[in-house]
Design a binder for this molecule. Sequence first.
Ligand SMILES: Nc1nc2c(c(=O)[nH]1)N[C@H]1C(S)=C(S)[C@@H](COP(=O)(O)O)O[C@H]1N2
Ligand SMILES: [Mo]
Length: 333
Amino acid sequence: MLIKVPPASACHESDVTPQSTYFSRRAVMAGSAALAASAALPAWAASTYDGADPGNVPEWLKAKLGDTHWQAVNVAGEAITPFKDATHYNNFYEFGTDKGDPAQNAGSLKTDPWSVMVDGEVGKPGKYALEDFVKPHQLEERIYRMRCVEAWSMVIPWLGIPLASILKQVEPTSKARYVRFETLQDPTSMPGQRSSFSYIEWPYQEGLRLDEAMHPLTILAVGMYGRELPNQNGAPLRLVVPWKYGFKGIKSIVRISLVAEQPKTTWQGIAPTEYGFFANVNPHVDHPRWTQARERRLPGTLFAPNVRETQMFNGYADEVASLYTGMDLKVNY
Ligand SMILES: Nc1nc2c(c(=O)[nH]1)N[C@H]1C(S)=C(S)[C@@H](COP(=O)(O)O)O[C@H]1N2
Ligand SMILES: [Mo]
């Protein structure tokens, strides 16, 4: 995103049908013909998302999908982005800088076993196995808009757990004011980390203010489209903060630290005048090199790029605007 502004024509998913391919579980249940079809499939088989490869769901996640709180949050009137687009138009620089690189290269990432180090200002620091970390919590399906700072967007049905639930479990101390996240560093499986692409200081790092991290919309995702996370989308654990630009959504997390000072983030380190710590979606604060007033909703075509107005806080202003009362959002971009 530092290097180039993708032209409208960069959106070439013309082979994918843009109409709503989404059927809610309730809608499916309501239709009797569909009911017969869906009843034959186990709950974890992503049966409700057309074209979603069910993946190779690990046993512990399969067990959790049964009591998942489906559609805990929904986006009314906006079609879910087809699975194909959400998994083949990605930013995950550890696997290359082209949008198709992560789908092509992320197969080398070994996501099982996986553990997460929790440290800093917490009562219960430690290295947690992913499944132990996630097991105590109810999974929820959150259907969120995702707006990349590069001015494209999607609607993605995540499966995850409120970050607040996980943070409470590790007991932040009174000194904790921010949360810092780190992606796996493994040049063997991540070709981007061994390339000459050296302006990024690995591992990828992100951060949130503690109140942002505790906000009920903020989740740690372990799946999407009714299945586990594909590697290119940040398996096995990634952050989703729907009112912020996509780069805040750090992938393949191995470390969560509770800290007293605002942590530095990867994109701030690369271009501090272009990518701030807050990175709230804001149509009134342009990127220095392009407008943020509009976005291309994927999929689109060269001739019908599906441009729409960007909404304040990506449409989540009612829920999150109060976090920033009194702050100058032009200064704190
Ligand atoms: N570790 C890591 N996390 C990352 C990135 C990355 O390059 N590396 N890219 C970010 C950006 S810029 C965006 S827009 C989203 C893209 O998520 P998606 O590919 O699942 O749509 O991931 C974010 N998380
Ligand atoms: Mo992004």
